[in-house]
Design a binder for this molecule. Structure first.
Ligand SMILES: [Zn+2]
Ligand SMILES: [Zn+2]
Length: 213
């Protein structure tokens, strides 16, 4: 079983909450504190994005079984790829041993960047990649044909997983008590990965490197 599937099975286990509580109790306090801080920062990113995007939803709390499998596995795959040191990163080299909020994107598997470098996940507007659904892989005709992409985000701990889907693949997020937070937009064609998500103090503007407006 791959680490991603093992983690998924763990998170779907009815006693997952007890396990997390036991792990927190066993971990050094400073590690738990740092990890909690990174989690709250990541949650702020998702909350700010939901508020900034027209038609964006409030953040919903959910659990592993409250989101579709393709989305859950994408997030967990990004997470395990990073934790195992197999991810490409931005030049700030975010590392799980130094918890900080990080961004991943369904359309850039294997890439983990800090929040200042979220522009590295941007897609050229209107390109085929920008119009491709991360759920079913379909190339959408575009918002002018009422067939655009709806962006969304899913957060677990320090990691914020961005995705964009066609109208048919918009995930049903079931509210649950759990470690996941989700936001999505009701409007098509909002830019994804273009730095609309900008937590306070973020850098990355003005260098002109790959920043798409
Ligand atoms: Zn960076
Ligand atoms: Zn789709």
């Amino acid at each position: 079983m791959t680490p991603t599937l093992a983690l998924e099975r763990l998170m779907l286990h009815p006693r997952y909450d007890e396990l997390v509580a036991a792990m927190r109790a066993a971990a050094p306090v400073h590690v738990v504190d740092q990890s909690d801080a990174a989690t709250s920062d990541a949650l702020r990113v998702v909350t700010a994005a939901g508020a900034a995007i027209p038609g964006g939803s409030d953040v919903q709390t959910t659990a592993a079984d409250g989101v579709p499998g393709w989305l859950r596995l994408g997030l967990l795959d990004a997470f395990t790829t990073w934790v195992e040191g197999r991810a490409s990163t931005c030049r700030h080299n975010p590392h799980p041993s130094r918890p900080q909020p990080v961004m991943a994107a369904a359309w850039r598997p294997g890439l983990i960047v800090c929040t200042a470098c979220v522009y590295l996940t941007a897609l050229a507007r209107g390109s085929d990649a920008d119009r491709t659904c991360d759920g079913c892989g379909r190339l959408c005709a575009g918002p002018e044909h009422a067939d655009g992409i709806y962006p969304g985000m899913l957060q677990l701990g320090p990691i914020v997983y961005q995705y964009g889907v066609c109208g048919d693949c918009r995930p049903a997020i079931t509210p649950r008590n759990g470690p996941l937070s989700a936001t999505q937009t009701a409007e098509q064609d909002q830019p994804r990965g273009t730095g609309r998500v900008k937590p306070r103090g973020s850098r990355g503007r003005g260098r002109g490197k790959g920043h798409q407006r």
